[in-house]
Design a protein around this ligand. Structure first.
Ligand SMILES: Nc1ncnc2c1ncn2[C@@H]1O[C@H](COP(=O)(O)OP(=O)(O)OP(=O)(O)O)[C@@H](O)[C@H]1O
Ligand SMILES: [Mg+2]
Length: 298
């Protein structure tokens, strides 16, 4: 996949085709650990104040993410995975939610940035994709318009023709067939897998440095799931995009992630190189999670 950011500044004359089904070999955890740090989260705490008593849902969440690194986050339902991800993406801004700590990206601390500053990065440098595309795609707008959305916000001087060209390029790059046709379709006219690809295209069109994927394949059948995982690998390998991959599926995390964070009741209880954590878990809770992975008997 070509760097979309380059295409926003240069006239794409000869748009490359999506690469064939060549396997995408991930860099090793040691290799990515030597790369520059793209995100650092320090002592993130999140508290809800919807009721009389404040409810702390994330406590002292720490994370260092390098360029090209895929970090998995696993843990039981309600353990604070999505809340941490939403805070990092700058999407947890309700008045009844208090946050403390630091979310450092480049020279900015997202937790202490105003909305204007946050908007500069959201959807451009940091993008998020969710489990169910129907909740994030607007049913009333055509796919093309939604794929282009972040260009409209972050590159307002781009011509309509160039936006279209980039949308088609990105839709093709994420494996949407007949992108010119899909561009004019509405979300309900697409299959679940195509909708998920459209959402990934919308997240990737600005060539983000960080992609947060919160259960991106849970709603999909296994074949489509494998294709989406392959697409995330491709994006990671060809663009160097760092990915925060939240999943209940530990075997997917084992295949895809360089390192993994295990959360329980709002806290990180274990973290390390995925292979090490999976082969030698230190915490009983992690061990129980790993033991619950269905094994294929041959
Ligand atoms: N509006 C709210 N007020 C109070 N607590 C909330 C609110 N929304 C979510 N929570 C709580 O925050 C905690 C963390 O939720 P979060 O969505 O991050 O969990 P999760 O690990 O992503 O779970 P899942 O695997 O089910 O997606 C949960 O205990 C949840 O009940
Ligand atoms: Mg969640």
């Amino acid at each position: 996949m070509t760097n979309v950011r380059e295409l926003t500044s240069q006239a794409p004359t000869n748009l490359p085709e999506r690469s064939s089904s060549s396997p995408h070999i991930l860099a090793s955890p040691e290799e990515v650990a030597a790369n520059e740090i793209v995100l650092e989260v320090k002592d993130l705490c999140i508290e809800f104040h919807d009721h009389k008593l404040p409810e702390r849902v994330v406590e002292n969440f720490n994370l260092v993410l390098h360029k090209g690194e895929i970090m998995g986050i696993v843990g039981e339902s309600g353990s604070g995975k999505s809340m941490s991800a939403l805070a990092i993406a700058g999407l947890l801004n309700r008045k009844t939610i208090s946050k403390s700590g630091q979310i450092l990206f480049e020279d900015k601390d997202f937790l202490n940035c105003d909305r204007r500053c946050l908007r500069k990065y959201q959807g451009d440098e940091i993008s998020i994709i969710f489990q169910e595309p129907m909740t994030s795609l607007n049913p009333l707008h055509r796919i093309g318009r939604q794929v282009e959305e972040s260009l409209r916000i972050h590159h307002p001087r781009l011509s309509k023709a160039r936006r279209y060209e980039l949308a088609i390029y990105t839709m093709r790059a994420v494996g949407l067939p007949e992108p010119e046709k899909v561009y004019r379709m509405y979300p309900h006219e697409l299959s679940g897998g195509m909708r998920q690809r459209a959402m990934i295209a919308a997240a990737m069109i600005g060539d983000p440095k960080i992609l947060i994927a919160d259960e991106p394949t849970t709603a999909l059948d296994v074949t489509i799931q494998a294709q989406i995982i392959d697409l995330l690998k491709e994006i990671n390998v060809s663009q160097g995009t760092a990915i925060l991959f939240i999943s209940h599926d530990l075997s997917l995390v084992e295949q895809l992630c360089h390192r993994v964070i295990v959360m329980q009741q709002g806290k990180i209880i274990e973290t390390g190189i995925t292979h090490d954590v999976f082969t030698n878990p230190q915490e009983a809770y992690t061990k129980a999670l790993i033991d619950a992975i269905p094994k294929v008997e041959l």
